[in-house]
Structures are given as C-alpha cells and as structure tokens.
Write a protein that binds this ligand. Sequence first.
Ligand code: PLP
Length: 351
Amino acid sequence: MPQRLYLDHAATTPVTEAVRAEMAAALASWANPSSPHAEGRAARAALEQARARICAALDWPHELLFTSGATEAIAMALSRARADALFVSAVEHDAVHRAAPNAYFVPVTKDGHVAPDALHGRLSALSAEQPLVAIQHANNETGVIQPIAALAEVVRAKSGLIFVDCAQTAGKLPLPDADMIAISAHKLGGPPGIGALLIRDLGLIAPSGGQEKGYRGGTENLPAILGFAKAMEAGRGWMARAADLRQHLDASIEAGGGRIVARSVDRIPTIASYQMPGKPSSAQLIQFDLAGIAVSAGSACSSGTLKTSRVLAAMGWEDEEAAEVIRVSFGPDTSRSDIYRFVETWQRIRG
Ligand code: PLP
C-alpha cells in the first residue's frame, strides 16, 4: 500500500500536534466560563485571552464573536446585519448562498473576479439605503483572490457594508479591510466546529441574547476555542514556500497538457484547480485515491455527489470541461517531494 498523501487542505486540515496538546490540557481542566466560582472564572479568563490571542494573531483590532465555524458566522452576518438589501457574488460558498437565498447576484469575469465596475453597476441599478455586500477573500475551488480593497471602496461610496468570507485565507493572507469577516479554525490546523465572526462594531448586527456579549446563546466550546487560538498563532511563514511549490506544480501541469483554472490572476498559493482534458474528474479522483493521493473535485460538499461546479459555470466554463477539473490544496507540511509525486501520478493518469 502506498503511503497516503493528503492534498485536500481546502476541505479540512489535520489538527496540528500543538493544537491537540492545547485542547487536551483544556479538556482536563474544563469548567463553564459562565459559572461564578473560581473554576468558572479561570475558564472565562482563558476564553477572553483566547479572543485576544486570535485578534492579535490576525491583526484585527475590533470585535470577535465565537461561532461553530464559518458557516454560522456567515449566517449571523447575513441574517442579522442592519442592511436593507443583500448582494453576493456568483462564486460564493454554498454557506453564503444558503444564508442569503434572496440576495442579488453580482457576476464574475471569466477569471472569477468580481469587477469593481460590475459591482458598482449592480448597486446603482437597485437603490438601497444600506446594502450589505458579501464577497469571499479567496475562492475555495479556484483559489482566486478578490480585489477586496477596490470592492470595499465601491461599497462604502454607496454607504454599504462589506462582509468578507475569509474561511480559506485567515492565518494565510493578511485580513482584508472589511466591516465583517467570517473565519474558521479547521482550514488551518485547528479543530472542526469552531470559528468566528470578526466585526468592526457590534452595533452592525442585531443581538440575540445569551453568551458572546449577547450575540450568541450556548455554553462556549472553550477547548475548541483554545485550539483555534493555537492554530491561528502558527503564523504565515510557510506561505512563501507554498507559493514556490504551486509555481512548480502549475508549470508541470501545463507542460503535461493540463489547463490551469484562472491561470492569469492572483490565486492563494494553497489552492489550485486543473483540468485534465479527456478525463472526467470522477475517474481522476478514483485513480489518485488508489495511488494514495487525496484530492477533490470542486468543493468538498459538492464532491460527494460530483455535481457540476457552480463556480466554474459562473466563470463561463462548459459543463464537459468543468467535469474534468480537480482541486489540489496544500498545508504547512506539503513538501517538494509531495508535489513531484502528485505530478508523476497526474502524468500517469493522463496517459
Ligand atoms: N466559506 C468557504 C470559502 C469555505 O471554504 C468553507 C468551508 O468549506 C466555508 C465557508 C464553511 O466553513 P465551515 O466549515 O467552518 O462552516
């Protein structure tokens, strides 16, 4: 049996040893942070320290509300923001589309970008006093990075709020300048089931009562929160190496007759999608898996059923071509020899 090679970090990442150690210690001395006794007070202090640790690690000077992940942070922002119209890009994650089923769509270019002019056009065509615009930082299938600074300028000129889904970028790229940001621990060595809404001002959303400053009910998951803090403190030192590896991978795939999705625009170094002409992604996934390599087609939630990628469709890809695309995604431990092995296997499968 070949040793397994995990190249599906955009779906989820293995929990790092440092995070596991932090969580094990937290579970061993667990108490409810809302309890008034000494144990509860110690838990409250650890919780507030973790909040400050994450804000410091991400260089976020405003508020942070813990949630069960990016999905809940997205729902919190989109359903409770003080806004009178919602706009979302056509390439947002399903979590955004589900949270805003009646939102107005903003189209993307064939490179997967939301063009500032297109956003301006959409906002001008539909008059709203305070629109809320949701744009992701980097796409989970293609890695395409959105020009958030330019888009935020357009939104602010219309007195709107900008929400950015940073599930794939938090702890990897500097945070964009936004009113609200969703982040998740399990995309970067942290545990599943914990994330946060970063918010410039708590007054931007309606409170719900309960914990988290009155914005979320339920006992806080302190062990996961501490693991989340540890994961975010790991730093971005490895991203330059990831960029180098991705460059090598892109060049090798192109030399072997493959096509890079969104080749000519800025993409986060940890995610790449490639079309292998003539070979359906379902067949590729099986062959990679048999060769010991875990990759995915489209986003994880759609790869179970392998339905056509909504993201590639929005970028103008034909169904047959989109059905030949797989996603490769890196983590901090991905090495040059891992990339060589992937490329060799890709070439063999291509035949
Ligand atoms: N947004 C993006 C861009 C994602 O990639 C994901 C994860 O798949 C999510 C949101 C949802 O994150 P979570 O699993 O933390 O709810």
